[in-house]
Design a protein around this ligand. Structure first.
Ligand code: GLA
Length: 387
């Protein structure tokens, strides 16, 4: 892989003298969806698939970008001076956003670079290809400029760039899962204070299977920001009586007792999801620790129902993948993962049922939706590295 990437870099940029190769993973969230901007818990893990980057510092202030995933765009060029988001800059707004964010945090990127990317996570699939590019860029800048930042800082800078440069009010989950990834472990993160714990994932004869709906989405064009403001509206109304900072502080019973304070029915449902999903995440991690994988699966299923009915971020593609999965013997749990509106589902499937799962869910999906889904049996990997 490394040799091929360096060869491609040389083909695109003339030679590969002094170029270094880095990797940052993608992520999948096992449970705890749309809780990270509500001060709740999440339970994601980094994957062994992700984004490779070959980079070389330049002496001038020019930035030259090339993505093997968007070869039709060719080489995109700009300057490290006066960084601002531009529509025609396309995917390069992600690495440029991170360079800008480092500058805002007092770490000046004062010379340009050549950067070639290759991602083996499907783009726009909900496995965080953009957060992967952000953390990758951060790891490259840290190495090239000697910035003293931790992996957790890389996550925060990545999120800051996505919020402020790319206009998506995402929470911290994706960048954190990627920057802090650990092989064979999921990350039980409390987004209220960023305290976290690594939980070993041993699935006792089962694997994590991702089904990609191939319905493309980008957070920017989804209703992500709208969901976030609906939660904020609900919180503000609850705060009239409750001394809370975030929906994640409430138990189900406390929520039910005060939910009438929320004026709009739609906001009440959004807040209900945030509260119950956070509690489900706590229960799921406890079930996993008790080796009760069946219970973990039931909670995943309940998470999907709540995302479908109360949060309304699923859609016919994700619902079909999940509802067909639930019918297959050997499926321990299945739900949508990530922001929703398209993208992927995550299922825990017993080893002996994986082939049948792909066949049955795949053909039912194609019949109903009109195009095929893709399936990936994934492994949990580490955070960013230089290869
Ligand atoms: C996207 C965002 C995350 C999180 C999820 C939903 O992936 O980037 O911060 O909010 O959606 O759980």
């Amino acid at each position: 892989m490394k040799e091929q990437l360096l060869a491609k870099f040389a083909e695109v940029f003339g030679d590969a003298e002094g170029a270094k190769v880095f990797f940052a993973p993608g992520r999948v969230n096992l449970i705890g969806e749309h809780t990270d901007y509500n001060g709740g818990h999440v339970f994601p893990c980094a994957l062994t698939i992700g984004t490779y980057g070959v980079a070389r510092k330049r002496k001038d202030q020019t930035l030259r970008f090339y993505s093997m995933n968007f070869e039709q765009l060719g080489m995109l060029t700009s300057s490290v001076v006066g960084l601002k988001p531009e529509k025609e800059a396309d995917w390069t707004n992600y690495p440029k956003g991170v360079m800008w964010a480092f500058g805002e945090k007092g770490f000046t990127v004062d010379c340009g670079m050549d950067l070639l990317l290759f991602g083996n996570i499907p783009n726009g699939s909900g496995l965080s290809s953009s957060a992967s590019v952000e953390v990758l860029t951060g790891a490259i800048l840290r190495d090239f400029f000697g910035f003293e930042v931790s992996n957790q800082d890389l996550a925060l800078i990545g999120q800051f760039s996505e919020n402020r440069f790319n206009g998506v009010n995402c929470g911290i989950m994706d960048q954190f899962a990627i920057a802090m990834g650990k092989k064979d472990h999921a990350i039980f993160l409390d987004t209220a204070d960023l305290s976290f714990e690594y939980a070993p994932i041993s699935l006792q004869g089962a694997k994590i299977v991702i089904a990609c709906s191939n319905k493309k989405r980008g957070l920017g064009d989804s209703k992500y920001n709208e969901r976030r403001s609906e939660c904020e509206e609900a919180l503000a109304q609850l705060q009239k009586e409750l001394p809370i900072k975030a929906l994640g502080e409430l138990t189900e019973a406390q929520f039910e007792e005060h939910s009438a304070l929320i004026e709009r029915e739609v906001c009440r449902r959004r807040a209900k999801h945030a509260v119950y999903e956070n509690q489900r995440t706590l229960k799921a991690v406890a079930a996993l620790k008790a080796n009760n994988i069946e219970e973990f699966g039931h909670l995943m299923n309940a998470s999907h129902v709540s995302l479908r009915d109360d949060y309304e971020v699923t859609g016919v593609e994700l619902d079909t993948l999940v509802e067909e999965a639930w019918k297959v013997d050997g499926v321990i749990g299945s739900r949508m993962t990530g922001a929703g509106f398209g993208g992927c589902t995550v299922s825990i499937v017993k080893d002996e049922s994986i082939e049948k799962f792909k066949e049955v869910v795949g053909s039912a999906y194609e019949k109903k939706i009109g195009y095929a889904a893709d399936f990936y049996v994934v492994e949990i990997g580490d955070g960013p590295v230089e290869l």
